[in-house]
Design a protein around this ligand. Structure first.
Ligand code: HEM
Length: 101
């Protein structure tokens, strides 16, 4: 699978002509092209904070925010929640790569 760094991911925030204003987000180390969900993730949209980011922490915690403490471990139930989001994304969006540091 294509490896995508966090730095590259950040360019896919819907506001970058270099990436054709595409929107990617990552969950559980997988990067999805969520451009077709711009009503959710586009600039100013309710979940726009996830655009170009690793959204695992927010999705797992049911919070519209990005993890600040990268070392923080998820509980089993949080992992389950994140996995459910992953399943939704797999069914709805194109998987474009794997998130690396
Ligand atoms: C008052 C609380 C909330 C309400 C009423 C709400 C409502 C909704 C609705 C109506 C949709 C659209 C569903 C669809 O059309 O397919 C949606 C999508 C979504 N919600 Fe929420 N939501 C709330 C809180 C949250 C929170 C706290 C999160 C944080 C994880 C979240 C994450 C998402 C995401 C990621 C999507 C888009 C999923 C996709 O790409 O299809 N929501 N929400």
């Amino acid at each position: 699978m294509k490896k995508i760094t966090k730095e590259t991911l950040a360019k896919y925030n819907g506001l970058n002509e270099e990436t054709e204003n595409k929107i990617y987000l990552a969950v559980n180390g997988l990067v999805f092209d969520v451009t077709s969900g711009s009503q959710f993730y586009g600039p100013g949209a309710p979940y726009g904070v996830f655009a170009g980011k690793d959204a695992t922490y927010g999705l797992a915690n049911n919070k519209v925010e990005i993890n600040k403490d990268e070392a923080e471990e998820l509980s089993e139930s949080q992992k389950k929640t994140a996995k459910e989001w992953q399943t939704l994304f797999e069914g709805k969006y194109e998987l474009v790569g794997e998130l690396i540091n």
